[in-house]
Design a protein around this ligand. Structure first.
Ligand SMILES: [Zn+2]
Length: 92
C-alpha cells in the first residue's frame, strides 16, 4: 500500500467518524418532548413524509407561538388543560 492510499483511508475514516460523532451529539442535544426550545410552548407535530421516513426517531414539530419548525426527540407530550365547564353544566 502506498502512502497515498493510507492517507486516503485515514482521511475518509476521520470524515466518517466526525459525521457519526456530530450526529450523536446533536441527537443528544435535541430536547425530548413536545416543548418548543425557543419559547417553551407545546408544539404541534407536523407530517413530513421525507424526514419521518428517513429519521423516524425524530418528531417534526411546529410551534404556533413563535413559528419555529424543527426536530424534537420523542418524549412526554403536554396534556391539554381541561376547558372550564360552562356555568349551566355546573349547576345541574
Ligand atoms: Zn416557540
Amino acid at each position: 500500500m502506498t502512502d497515498d492510499v493510507i492517507f486516503g483511508w485515514v482521511f475518509v475514516g476521520f470524515f466518517v467518524l466526525r459525521a457519526i460523532v456530530a450526529t450523536l451529539f446533536f441527537y443528544c442535544v435535541l430536547p425530548r418532548g413536545d416543548r418548543c426550545p425557543c419559547c417553551d410552548t407545546p408544539t404541534i407535530r407536523v407530517q413530513s413524509k421525507g424526514w419521518n421516513t428517513l429519521m423516524p426517531w425524530f418528531r417534526t414539530s411546529w410551534c404556533y407561538g413563535c413559528d419555529w419548525t424543527g426536530f424534537l426527540r420523542h418524549g412526554k407530550i403536554t396534556q391539554e388543560r381541561a376547558a372550564p365547564r360552562p356555568r349551566s353544566a355546573r349547576q345541574s
